[in-house]
Design a protein around this ligand. Structure first.
Ligand code: AMP
Length: 211
C-alpha cells in the first residue's frame, strides 16, 4: 500500500507511520528524518536546509522532490510505503503524482490526522526526542535517558515555542490546502480523529483503510 500521511505537526504522524509501516510490511519514508540525517552528517543538502528547519519553515520543493524520487525508486519501496510529512505543499502533491506516474504507481490513500490547535501546542512544547534513535517522548525532560536505547533525550530546535507557533502557521498556510488538492484530484481521503492513545489511533487508521 502506498499511503500519504497528512496532518499538522504534533498530530502523531511519525509514530503512526512507524506502526502502520510495521503492520502493512512496507517502509516508512520521512523527509524530516532524511533532512535531519543530512544536517547531522553535514552534507550540502543538510547545510542548505538547516536554517529553514530550525525556524520551522519549509525547505524548497525541489529538494523534497529529489528526496521523494530517490526514496520511492528503491526495491524496499516497490511494494508500497508510508509517506510521513513528505507532502506539505500543492507543488509537492503535484510533483509526487508526477514521480509516481513515471514509476507506474499510484497512491492508495491519503490519511489525514486531525487534532485541535491547543492540544498540538501542548504536545509539541512537551516533546523530547532521543538524540540517538529519534524515539519521541511526551512530558519527559531533556537530559533524561531513552527507554529504548539509553541515548539522551533532547528538545528539537523546532519544538521551541517560537518555532512551534511558526510551524502551525506554515501548516495552515501551505499544507492545509493540500487536503483540497487531493480532494479535487479524486484521491481516497481518510480522516482520522488523532486524539487518544497511540493504539486507539492506529486501530482507527487501520479500520478506515480496511485492514
Ligand atoms: P518533520 O519531522 O516532518 O516535522 O520535519 C521537520 C522539518 O523538515 C520541517 O519543519 C521542514 O523544515 C522540513 N521538512 C520535512 N518535510 C518537508 C516537506 N515535505 N517540505 C518542506 N519541508 C519539509
Amino acid at each position: 500500500m502506498l499511503i500519504v500521511l497528512l496532518g499538522p505537526p504534533g498530530a502523531g504522524k511519525g509514530t503512526q507511520a512507524d506502526l502502520l509501516a510495521e503492520r502493512l510490511g512496507v517502509p516508512k519514508i520521512s523527509t524530516g528524518d532524511v533532512l535531519r540525517a543530512a544536517v547531522r552528517d553535514g552534507t550540502p543538502m543538510g547545510l542548505a536546509a538547516k536554517a529553514a528547519m530550525d525556524r520551522g519553515d519549509l525547505v524548497p520543493d525541489d529538494v523534497i522532490l529529489g528526496i521523494m524520487k530517490d526514496a520511492l525508486d528503491t526495491p524496499p519501496a516497490a511494494k508500497g510505503a508510508i509517506l510521513d510529512g513528505v507532502v506539505r505543499t500543492e507543488p509537492q502533491a503535484a510533483g509526487l503524482s508526477r514521480v509516481l506516474g513515471e514509476l507506474h504507481r499510484r497512491l492508495d490513500a491519503v490519511v489525514l490526522f486531525e487534532v485541535g490547535d491547543d492540544e498540538l501546542v501542548r504536545r509539541l512544547s512537551g516533546r523530547t526526542v532521543c538524540e540517538k534513535c529519534q524515539t519521541p517522548y511526551t512530558g519527559r525532560e531533556p537530559g533524561t535517558a531513552c527507554d529504548r536505547c539509553g541515548g539522551t533525550l533532547v528538545r528539537r530546535k523546532d519544538d521551541e515555542p517560537q518555532a512551534v507557533r511558526n510551524r502551525l502557521a506554515v501548516y495552515q498556510r501551505q499544507t492545509a490546502p493540500v487536503i483540497d488538492w487531493y480532494r479535487r484530484h479524486g484521491a481516497r481521503l481518510v480522516q482520522i480523529d488523532a486524539v487518544g492513545t497511540t493504539d486507539a489511533v492506529l486501530q482507527r487508521a487501520l479500520a478506515a483503510l480496511g485492514r
